[in-house]
Design a protein around this ligand. Structure first.
Ligand SMILES: *[C@@H]1O[C@H](CO)[C@@H](O)[C@H](O)[C@H]1NC(C)=O
Ligand SMILES: *[C@@H]1O[C@H](CO)[C@@H](O)[C@H](O)[C@H]1NC(C)=O
Ligand SMILES: *[C@@H]1O[C@H](CO)[C@@H](O)[C@H](O)[C@H]1NC(C)=O
Ligand SMILES: *[C@@H]1O[C@H](CO)[C@@H](O)[C@H](O)[C@H]1NC(C)=O
Ligand SMILES: *[C@@H]1O[C@H](CO)[C@@H](O)[C@H](O)[C@H]1NC(C)=O
Ligand SMILES: *[C@@H]1O[C@H](CO)[C@@H](O)[C@H](O)[C@H]1NC(C)=O
Ligand SMILES: *[C@@H]1O[C@H](CO)[C@@H](O)[C@H](O)[C@H]1NC(C)=O
Ligand SMILES: *[C@@H]1O[C@H](CO)[C@@H](O)[C@H](O)[C@H]1NC(C)=O
Ligand SMILES: *[C@@H]1O[C@H](CO)[C@@H](O)[C@H](O)[C@H]1NC(C)=O
Ligand SMILES: *[C@@H]1O[C@H](CO)[C@@H](O)[C@H](O)[C@H]1NC(C)=O
Ligand SMILES: *[C@@H]1O[C@H](CO)[C@@H](O)[C@H](O)[C@H]1NC(C)=O
Length: 574
């Protein structure tokens, strides 16, 4: 009784705004946690435009349940524990445009009506338990444009299952169990514009599979088990714009395999087992804007392999095994803006590699083996350096010509093999804020062994490859620890703001090298670092026989340094 009353109130509340503005004829009914009895007993449904039920317990929809809902445009029955619909359950929904039965337990699909649902344009059956689609499943939905069948258990589509769907534009079949795409599956879907087949177990696509789908613009096949792209040679997909083949088992690409894909703009080949790109691999891709070959095992790229791509804007070769790049690789790609070569094994880059690029704004060569960056001085004169970001972190640079980098938007130089004396000299010359030398150092707190802080610091190597660390932002540690150490709880009320005591150790940031004292402190820090290093090494050698990991060594060096600084702080305060 009580819950009927509650339902009534909910109804009233929901209908209220709609009743008030009578001119607006949209009438929405939204219910959750209801049951079939309550649904049957709903009154005044003839004028409803939208019905949204969620989390109800319906189990089954009886024939002719909705014959009264003649004005319904949108119906959503999600999370309603539906196991089945009787054959004519959707009878009478002549104006229905959008139907969602997502998140139920349906194991088969039929038209569920003896007359066409002539207005239905969107049907969502995702997150159910469908295993296969029988022929003519959607016969009574002739105007369907969007069909979502994702997140089911579909292994097979019977021939003709999409019969009559001549207007279908978007078909989603991702996250199912398809293994083979047969030539019959998508036959007759002449208007299909996007097809989502990602996250299946597809090992093979029959060559004629997309023969009817000449309007396809987006084809998603990532996260499958394809080893071969023979179906692309059929040329029926000549209007493709987006093609994703990421996370498959591709080992090689056929020469001239993309020759007639003149409109393709995005090609994603990441996470495969590709070994090389040749002069003939990408022929024909003249509209391509984004090429993603990251996470492969590419060791070789032919000098002219990117030559056909005159509109290329973004290229991603990260996470491969490249040792070198041909010096003319990008010479035909004058539109390139973004180059990612992160995580390869590049030992050097040719000085003329980037010479033609006047639109470059992002260059990532982090995590390689570069020993010098002289090639950065050969950029195109017309390039706007103020908008260029370069990531050179985690390489093997010992020194570089800083004056050539002064006008870049940002240059990341962290984690290289800096020569300590070079570094010290250039720190005094006040590098601009756009240059970053520092990286995070995890550091055990000297006050409590349990906490680890990240402190910004630069590391450098002296002649014998002995590493030193210059900590730049020790103030952070003090700030973070003081609330624990100062438990003079009586004082705090007045001094809530400056809970952190005044720092005598300067908080030097890499972007604020502007006073002489900063430089002096920097030198002091370097000196301390050297002293600490010696001390720590002797200590470590004695203790661990020199067998400790280098990381551990760094850790203790930092700790010693912080201790020293704390002593200094205390002394200066007193
Ligand atoms: C009716 O109201 C809804 C929002 O309450 C609005 O989105 C819709 O455009 C309105 N329709 C008309 C015809 O005014
Ligand atoms: C449906 O819910 C109402 C109110 O909560 C309850 O009285 C009724 O017994 C329920 N019907 C069924 C079939 O569970
Ligand atoms: C859905 O129903 C279950 C009980 O049937 C309830 O525990 C849960 O909170 C409900 N969720 C929502 C979003 O109403
Ligand atoms: C889903 O439907 C199947 C039969 O198709 C049934 O065996 C199963 O119990 C149902 N699961 C739930 C949670 O209702
Ligand atoms: C199913 O796909 C449609 C687009 O076709 C989308 O609007 C809808 O949110 C999807 N359903 C779910 C449950 O994600
Ligand atoms: C690719 O083209 C360049 C220049 O025409 C040529 O030197 C090279 O041998 C070609 N590589 C292959 C594998 O055909
Ligand atoms: C290339 O693909 C990888 C992995 O799928 C992704 O993380 C990366 O963002 C993509 N690169 C671009 C430029 O889209
Ligand atoms: C500057 O670079 C950013 C991205 O790095 C880009 O979005 C923007 O369009 C560039 N601006 C100009 C004027 O090139
Ligand atoms: C450093 O770069 C600047 C500007 O590119 C150049 O003029 C200068 O000669 C370079 N210095 C050295 C030592 O290469
Ligand atoms: C570091 O630089 C100094 C002077 O710039 C040079 O004398 C020294 O040999 C360099 N050390 C190494 C290891 O290259
Ligand atoms: C590192 O420094 C110590 C102490 O200054 C020195 O004995 C040693 O030769 C240096 N080189 C190496 C590679 O450890």
């Amino acid at each position: 009784m009580l819950s009927t009353l509650r339902l009534f109130l909910v109804l009233l509340l929901l209908l209220q705004p709609l009743l008030i503005c009578g001119a607006n004829r949209t009438q929405l009914l939204q219910l959750s946690n209801c049951n079939a009895t309550q649904l049957n007993e709903l009154k005044d449904v003839a004028t409803l435009n939208e019905l949204r039920l969620s989390n109800c317990s319906l189990y089954n929809l009886k024939n002719a349940l909705f014959v009264q809902y003649g004005h319904l445009l949108i119906m959503e029955l999600q999370h309603c524990k539906l196991n089945s619909l009787e054959d004519y359950a959707l009878n009478g929904l002549a104006r229905l445009q959008s139907l969602s039965l997502a998140h139920n337990n349906l194991s088969n699909v039929r038209s569920w009506s003896d007359q066409p649902l002539a207005a239905l344009s969107s049907l969502d059956l995702s997150f159910n338990a469908l295993q296969q689609l029988v022929s003519r499943s959607f016969e009574q939905y002739p105007q369907l444009q969007q069909l979502n069948l994702s997140h089911n258990l579909i292994e097979h589509l019977q021939p003709d299952c999409f019969h009559n769907l001549v207007h279908l534009k978007h078909l989603q079949l991702h996250n199912n169990r398809l293994q083979l795409i047969e030539a019959s599956f998508f036959l007759g879907l002449h208007r299909l514009s996007s097809l989502a087949l990602q996250h299946n177990q597809i090992t093979q696509v029959e060559p004629a599979a997309f023969e009817s789908n000449t309007h396809l613009r987006t084809l998603r096949l990532e996260h499958n088990q394809l080893t071969d792209l023979q179906f692309l040679l059929e040329r029926s997909l000549g209007r493709l714009v987006h093609l994703s083949l990421s996370s498959n088992g591709l080992q090689e690409l056929r020469p001239e395999g993309f020759v007639e894909y003149f409109e393709l703009q995005h090609l994603d080949l990441s996470h495969n087992r590709l070994k090389e790109l040749t002069n003939h691999t990408l022929l024909g891709l003249e509209s391509l804007e984004l090429l993603n070959v990251s996470h492969n095992i590419v060791t070789h790229i032919d000098a002219e392999s990117l030559q056909p791509l005159s509109n290329l804007q973004q290229v991603d070769f990260s996470h491969n095994l490249l040792h070198t790049l041909p010096d003319k690789l990008f010479h035909s790609n004058s539109q390139l803006k973004d180059i990612n070569l992160d995580n390869n094994q590049l030992g050097e880059l040719h000085a003329s590699l980037l010479k033609q690029l006047i639109h470059l704004d992002s260059l990532n060569v982090a995590r390689n083996r570069l020993k010098d960056a002289n090639w950065l001085q050969q950029l195109a004169p017309a390039l706007n350096r103020l908008n260029l970001s370069v990531d050179l972190s985690s390489n093997r640079l010992q020194s570089l010509n800083l004056s050539s980098l002064l006008f870049f938007r940002h240059v990341n130089l962290a984690d290289n093999y800096w020569n300590c004396s070079w570094l010290a000299r250039n720190m005094m010359r006040t590098p601009p804020a756009s240059l970053n030398f520092a990286r995070n150092w995890p550091m055990l707190s000297a006050w409590s062994d349990m906490t680890v802080f990240n402190v910004r610091g630069v590391d450098c190597f002296d002649g014998q490859q002995n590493r030193s660390i210059v900590l730049l932002d020790v103030g952070v540690v003090r700030q973070q620890t003081t609330p624990i150490s100062t438990c003079d709880c009586e004082q705090t009320t007045d001094e809530l703001g400056p809970l952190t005591p005044p720092l005598s150790w300067p908080r030097i940031r890499t972007d604020r090298f502007d006073s002489r004292s900063v430089i002096i402190w920097m030198l002091v820090a370097i000196a301390i670092a050297f002293a600490g290093l010696r001390w720590a090494q002797r200590f470590m050698d004695r203790k661990a026989g020199g067998k400790k990991l280098r990381e551990m060594k760094n850790m203790s060096i930092q700790k010693v340094e912080v201790e020293t600084q704390r002593l200094r702080n205390d002394r200066e305060r007193s």
